[in-house]
Design a protein around this ligand. Structure first.
Ligand code: GLN
Length: 546
């Protein structure tokens, strides 16, 4: 039966709870424990699929097609495990389940309440599958004290009562502001957030304190006393220049050792563990600190103001840099700028990426960037919408069909990208209609694809059959427009196994590196095993002066 590590957050959001939970997972895995990562999101949406990346950040897609919080991306990247739909819960999902049971008559005779009906569902979710692993790390989203968080902290309190602290540890991530005028770190916000937790019956065991400077001993002592934790369990979470420096940092601060001691796990050869953790992350750290050179690539997108909106993409590009021992600087270009402006901004760039996206806003800017990459032989990577637009661009500007477009933007013109009513999935046929509801109805999750021998795609992957994660509603209308697409100089180099769907395209001859995919390879890239699409894109971009 699993032990549980709960991660809560105090004071404010954006302190990096997801990264903290991921690092704990990574450190426990380094000690040869098997782990599961779960996230409990207090928002009322059923999943983040319908939320704007602008406000909430990227929607991460799992192998099984679950549209999940971006923290799952951190979990997978730091721990190398594959998460699934059963690891992600939201208030929306919990209520949906309870209401469904109520309609079926499962609670006949009772009135349904937050305690016990909602909290029981939360506890069932937490316990599900926990016999399979040594540790389950559960991150509770939001900030303690939020009205939406209450059922989750209450479920945690009940679990502590049921399982005892010998099976549960609570890690509370908090913040110590440094007040310049006073020249000191302030503990009061942390004290208050711990009080909030205590008021719902949960005592944190470890305080992970975000701080921009080292936490002096007397401050640790004060926090320990006022928050009722051992001083050794007040752990500094220093701001880091790169997130992959954090596992080592936590380890050096003794975070995993504190967890170990809490559960009274017999001490291991610490020397060996130190070496193992250092070896795993140190080579990355070296690359981060001393890259051979810097290369500049441009990403043309709509959500360029919020870094989290393209977090997996940013990480995958960085991993591509690791693979080539270079640092990649990303130039974020607003797709809504004028075409000439975009071209001007692209003049000093060594590679161009047009990422995934939705709706017609900004598409002309993205098309201008693709044209610039095509005409100036700049390495180009198109992802999902980026691939669809690469086809539209070639149809318009190479084949001269100026009204080529996608059903997503218009019902008129040559719809080279169109709505697909059915496709093969999991041995059966999935179908949908254009007017159906928006949530969870896209082509989602893992799909296999067959690559054309000796194509660029085949050279990049080094395999004929590959699989990638998807999240889109529209497809290339290849059967209808095959002749036009070929005339536009596009080669279809990857198709679904039944041959019906276009998965990858490239350009015929002359261009050094022009590849686009209907899928999202960024979701599968890992710092220690960068995705070949990104390694090869960065490799080719390094050949241009940037
Ligand atoms: N909007 C496009 C579609 O739904 C592409 C989606 C994406 O880029 N993820 O097909």
């Amino acid at each position: 039966m699993s032990r549980f590590v709960f991660v809560t957050g105090g004071v404010m959001s954006s302190l990096g709870k997801g990264i903290a939970a991921s690092c704990i997972g990574a450190l426990l895995k380094a000690r040869n424990f098997t782990i599961k990562m779960k996230k409990l999101d207090p928002y009322i949406n059923v999943d983040p699929g319908t939320m704007s990346p602008h406000k909430h950040g990227e929607v991460f897609v799992m192998e099984d097609g679950c549209e999940a919080d971006l923290d799952f991306g951190h979990y997978e990247r730091f721990t190398d495990i594959t998460c699934s739909a059963s690891d992600s819960i939201t208030t929306g999902k919990i209520y949906e389940k309870v209401i469904c049971k109520e309609r079926q008559g499962d609670y006949l005779g009772s009135d349904i309440q937050v305690i016990p009906h909602i909290t029981n569902e939360i506890k069932d979710f937490i316990s599900f599958g926990c016999t399979e692993v040594d540790f389950t790390i559960c991150e509770i989203g939001g900030t303690v004290g939020d009205i939406e968080s209450f059922p989750y902290t209450e479920a945690l309190r009940q679990l502590i009562l049921e399982f005892g602290k010998e099976r549960i540890i609570c890690v509370h991530l908090s913040y110590l502001p440094f007040v310049k005028t006073a020249g000191e770190l302030k503990t009061k916000p942390t004290q208050h957030s711990v009080k909030q937790l205590q008021s719902v019956g949960v005592q944190p065991d470890i305080l992970l304190c975000r701080s921009e400077i080292e936490i002096p001993d007397d401050i640790k002592e004060k926090l320990a006393m006022f928050c009722n934790v051992k001083k050794a369990n007040v752990v500094t979470a220093l701001d880091a220049e790169n997130i992959y420096l954090i596992p080592n940092q936590y380890h050096e601060e003794g975070l995993d050792k504190s967890i170990y001691e809490h559960f009274k796990i017999p001490a291991e050869d610490e020397q060996k563990i130190n070496e193992k953790i250092k070896n795993k992350w140190e080579s990355l750290v070296r690359l981060i600190r001393h890259p051979d050179k810097t290369v500049k690539v441009a990403v043309i997108g709509k959500y360029t103001k919020l870094q989290d909106a393209y977090i997996s993409l940013t990480q995958a590009i960085m991993h591509g840099g690791f693979a080539n021992e270079v640092k990649v600087d990303i130039d974020w270009i607003n797709a809504e700028d004028e075409a000439e402006d975009i071209e001007r901004q692209l003049r000093n760039t060594s590679g161009i990426i047009v990422p995934g996206g939705f709706s017609s806003r900004g598409i002309e800017g993205k098309i201008a960037a693709i044209k610039f990459a095509r005409e100036n032989s700049i390495p180009f990577l198109g992802i999902c919408l980026g691939m669809q637009l690469a086809i539209i661009e070639s149809c318009r500007n190479v084949a001269g069909i100026t009204n080529a477009t996608s059903r997503e933007f218009s019902d008129e013109g040559e719809l080279v990208i169109d709505f697909m009513e059915s496709w093969a999935q999991g041995g059966g046929i999935q179908s949908r209609n254009p007017s159906e509801k928006k949530g969870g109805t896209m082509r989602l999750g893992r799909f296999e694809c067959e690559l054309v021998p000796d194509s660029l795609a085949h050279k990049v992957y080094g395999e004929y059959i590959i699989s990638e994660r998807h999240r889109h509603r529209y497809e290339v209308a290849y059967h209808k427009y095959r002749e036009l697409i070929e005339r536009a100089g596009i080669i279809v180099s990857g198709r679904s196994l039944d041959g019906q769907l276009v998965e990858m395209i490239e350009r015929a001859g002359g261009h050094p590196w022009f590849l686009a995919t209907q899928a999202h390879p960024e979701f599968k890239s890992r710092p220690c095993s960068p995705h070949p699409v990104f390694s090869e894109f960065v490799k080719c971009s390094c050949r241009l002066p940037g």
